[in-house]
Write a protein that binds this ligand. Structure first.
Ligand code: DC
Length: 204
């Protein structure tokens, strides 16, 4: 069976958690595509060469989840040649037999416009900044809530404003706004959307 769940949305919207939960529930593979851009940004040197030569060791680095790696990823992600170099790998993973969940910014719009399910997971910048700040320890975090909010806004502006594959919902995406929803409710809603689409039958 070929069945793709495309999950797009801004940083800290909950899309990763929802993606992992769907993959586990239905036995699909899961690819966090942000990790590819983070690995390119962290590698240093020429980003286009880094994207073309990306290997398993680059993706296994332990420093890819930091806020700095997120900002570096967002900066290399505006380069069309970087995006082109990562396209085939994501495309193959999206249409691999057995079902796949991909989360990112352009999965439903560019990587897999024919995805059987497209979700756009979002939340207000204030809610997303607070979540990240609490994850990093709240008052004990290395940066203030205000600094985190500025980072979130900065990354949103770059990801939504770039010319190539900007972050935006696909026309046929279902939007899940998690601002006032706890993560369990958001996961339950996403799972029921996938169940309905599966009942209609995936391709092949
Ligand atoms: O999802 P994330 O925060 O790990 O993504 C890091 C950055 O990578 C994000 O700010 C923009 C870029 N990105 C992208 O341009 N396209 C994707 N499909 C995934 C991530």
């Amino acid at each position: 069976m070929i069945f793709t769940v495309a999950i797009d949305g801004p940083a800290a919207s909950g899309k990763g958690t929802i993606g992992r939960a769907i993959a586990e529930r239905f036995g699909f593979s899961h690819l966090d595509t942000g990790l590819l851009y983070r690995a390119v940004g962290a590698k240093g040197g020429d980003p286009v060469d880094a994207a073309r030569g990306l290997g398993a060791a680059d993706l296994a680095r332990e420093d890819l989840r930091t806020a700095e790696a997120g900002q570096a990823a967002s900066r290399v992600a505006v380069i069309p040649e970087v995006r082109a170099a990562l396209f085939d790998f994501q495309r193959r993973r999206a249409r691999a037999v057995g079902g796949a969940v991909l989360d990112g910014r352009d999965i439903g719009t560019v990587i897999c416009p024919e995805a059987e399910v497209k979700l756009f997971v979002t939340a207000s910048p204030e809610v997303r900044a607070r979540r990240r700040w609490l994850e990093l320890g709240g008052e004990a975090a290395p940066l203030s809530y205000d600094a985190m909010l500025a980072e979130v806004r900065d990354r949103d502006a770059r990801d939504m404003g770039r010319a190539d594959a900007p972050l935006k919902p696909a026309e046929d995406a279902i939007t899940l706004d998690t601002s006032e929803m706890d993560i369990d409710s958001a996961v339950a809603r996403a799972i029921s959307i996938v169940e309905v689409a599966l009942a209609k039958g995936g391709a092949g």
